[in-house]
Ligand binder design. Structure first.
Ligand SMILES: NC(=O)c1ccc[n+]([C@@H]2O[C@H](COP(=O)([O-])OP(=O)(O)OC[C@H]3O[C@@H](n4cnc5c(N)ncnc54)[C@H](OP(=O)(O)O)[C@@H]3O)[C@@H](O)[C@H]2O)c1
Length: 208
């Protein structure tokens, strides 16, 4: 990852993705960093920091055609792309014991944001990385999962399940790509206070 030439961070407008984008930008190898997310004003704040920070607006819930367009745009404008970090994520509180309160639209958005959009984007970016591999060049797919994907947080049951699914996918991807130069590096961040937890509740751990 230290040698990556061009790193796309999906979900770089806040929190962990933003911090990673800035830290990667500061690596001695001086990579180009493409920051992506929905909020254009956040991209506009990041890009003037350096000529090596480029912004691309994306809503990962936009469907597969929109994500195809996004991946084609990125690989066409940045053919050196050799790493993608998937930091986009949302988290909702659901009370399973009160099914009448469950908003299934929110669940579907959570599922698409945290899981199915990542599969879709990996499918679209992988040909670029396999081409690099054929030339002997490494590349990196970096899904950000969570320890809640290993031991679920019952207060965020669907979030935990999406992270478990992404963890499972990361392991399969790692195994299937083992004979290529495409590296799958799953990140399990520790608990980080961020906008992820801003929405409707405070984590039990912060309630004291
Ligand atoms: N914070 C923690 O304690 C923690 C712990 C373990 C794992 N994680 C994981 O780490 C990742 C980052 O979390 P965070 O704490 O940094 O959260 P955050 O501060 O809320 O940032 C989430 C990022 O995801 C982007 N995003 C959300 N929906 C999107 C959409 N539809 N299209 C494109 N981008 C979208 C947001 O950008 P826009 O709103 O501008 O689109 C934002 O940049 C997530 O996958 C999360 O599950 C976090």
């Amino acid at each position: 990852m230290n040698d990556a030439k061009c790193v796309l961070v999906v979900g770089a407008t806040a929190g962990i993705g933003r911090a990673l984008a800035l830290a990667i930008h500061d690596l001695p190898s001086k990579p180009t960093v493409i920051v992506a997310g929905r909020r254009q004003e956040r991209l506009d704040e990041l890009c003037p920091k350096s000529e090596r920070i480029k912004g691309v607006q994306v809503d990962v819930t936009g469907g597969k055609d929109s994500l195809k367009e996004f991946s084609t745009h990125v690989t066409t404008h940045y053919p050196e792309l050799d790493a993608v970090i998937f930091s986009s994520g949302i988290q909702h509180l659901f009370k399973l014991e009160e099914p009448e309160t469950i908003d299934l639209d929110l669940f579907e958005t959570e599922l698409v944001t945290n899981y199915t959009s990542v599969i879709t984007m990996i499918t679209y970016f992988l040909p670029q990385f396999l081409k690099l591999s054929e030339k002997g060049r490494p590349s990196f797919i970096v899904p950000i999962t969570s320890v809640l994907g290993i031991v679920p947080g019952p207060w965020v049951p669907y979030y935990s399940a999406t992270k478990a699914a992404l963890h499972s996918l990361s392991l399969s991807l790692h195994t299937q790509l083992k004979d290529t130069q495409v590296n799958v590096m799953e990140i399990f961040p520790p608990l980080v206070e961020s906008e992820l937890h801003d929405r409707k509740f405070k984590l039990p751990i912060f309630n004291d």
